[in-house]
Design a protein. Sequence first.
Length: 137
Amino acid sequence: MDVLHDIFDTTAEFNRSGSLNVVDTQTEPNFPMFVCDGCERCDVCTFIRPLGYFAPVLTMIFKYILGDGQCNRGPLVVDVGANMGYFSAYAAALGCKVASFEPNKHPRQYLEATAALLDPNHTLWKVYPMAIGEEVD
């Protein structure tokens, strides 16, 4: 748990309000996810804090595609532009292997913290601090 403690400390540095929350989502299956407390930087936390989910229609489609034992068949979910990791975390909660790509340091801190919480041994979920594409801006 030292890794999780280090990630939590690092993440707190980047949080404007200086506080973090772990929210249990209201999805099936539910999963814990690190979110900021009123940072107003993204709409993900704005929805997850009070509602327990983000993008309900996309969440239902995601569950339809990956649910019903699909993750037991060994698919790899690749989340490009993972942001804070809502869909990555959902895929991990369903038992899928996950590769999350997020170049932006602020949301990646939350992504890494959630990944460490759900997969402390890093056997199912890997976070890559990079973008995927043809060009570098």
